[in-house]
Write a protein that binds this ligand. Structure first.
Ligand SMILES: [Zn+2]
Length: 288
């Protein structure tokens, strides 16, 4: 794993999110769990070599941030926002999160097949939140404070984890650093507010949900990506384009690669980003 500061480690080279942990004078705090089983087990072992795991924080409900919880049973308390609890592994209209986790195993973690649970076994105890909160929450471990800041937008239960002693913020998928942004289940207006709130923090390092570690300088780029998507689809709606015409013509595939291991999802992302925005932006103008 990559050392961001002497106490902060993250892994930006895995399929799934950037799972991370912070070591303190009194145990370890994990922020997001690896989606791939063998990686989850390995990270747990590595984290526990620095002390007992006190908390496991999930920054959002998407499968790549929570599936690995299953492999952290008994390792500290799982902490997440009510919005994560409400959406935890819920099958949506376009994605079955358990099936999506299973689909990654043959290609990305063949060694994980043996420990990948059956759906029924998994659903009995996926290791859901033991501390579930609304608004913001501060946790403490050793001399470190962990400010869990509710920053909805990408998802309703999104949090950023600010660790002032390390001058670090973990943003979850409020920031996609130099990789494609998934926004099909998002509220972009809330997301812009979330970026402004994070921009107000006095930190040196921004650890994104996906892509390389960056700085607050990148927040303006993330904002531009969201605004460009929104403006392009708003323009399509203004031209009277149908949903399908919009999907055909509005495409930001050239801008960034897809994060590691999900390269085959490029067209899925373009299609569903454009389609979801068209649904939102055309709604006020549909008569009948
Ligand atoms: Zn993610």
């Amino acid at each position: 794993m990559e050392n961001v500061t002497p106490n902060v480690r993250t892994h930006t080279g895995l399929r799934g999110c950037n799972p991370s942990y912070v070591t303190t004078a009194d145990g370890v705090v994990v922020i997001d769990t690896p989606q791939l089983p063998t990686r989850a087990v390995a990270m747990r072992e590595e984290a526990e070599s620095h002390g007992a795991i006190r908390y496991v924080v999930n920054t959002e409900h998407h499968v790549d941030h929570i599936f690995g919880n299953y492999f952290f049973k008994g390792a500290g308390k799982i902490v997440h926002h009510q919005g994560v609890a409400d959406n935890f592994m819920v099958v949506g209209p376009i994605l079955d999160p358990f099936a999506y986790a299973a689909e990654a195993i043959p290609t990305d973690d063949p060694g994980g097949q043996e420990i990948f649970p059956d759906r029924e076994v998994y659903e009995r105890d996926p290791n859901r939140g033991q501390i579930v909160f609304t608004g913001d929450l501060t946790l403490e471990a050793g001399d470190h404070a962990f400010h869990l800041i509710h920053t909805p937008g990408h998802t309703p239960g999104q949090v950023a984890v600010h660790v002032p002693e390390e001058r670090v913020v973990f943003t979850g998928d409020t920031v996609f650093s130099e990789v494609q942004t998934w926004l099909m289940s998002s509220d972009i207006d809330e997301w812009l507010v979330a970026l402004d709130r994070i921009a107000g923090l006095d930190v040196d390092h921004v650890i994104p949900g996906h892509g390389p570690v960056t700085t607050t300088g990148y927040l303006a780029t993330q904002k531009a990506v969201l605004l460009e998507w929104k403006a392009a689809v708003a323009t399509a709606v203004a031209r009277g384009w149908s949903r399908e015409e919009t999907i055909q013509h509005v495409n930001f595939a050239e801008r960034y690669p897809v994060d590691i291991g999900q390269e085959y999802m490029m067209e899925y992302i373009q299609r569903h980003n454009a389609g979801a925005l068209w649904d939102q932006l055309s709604a006020p103008f549909v008569r009948g």
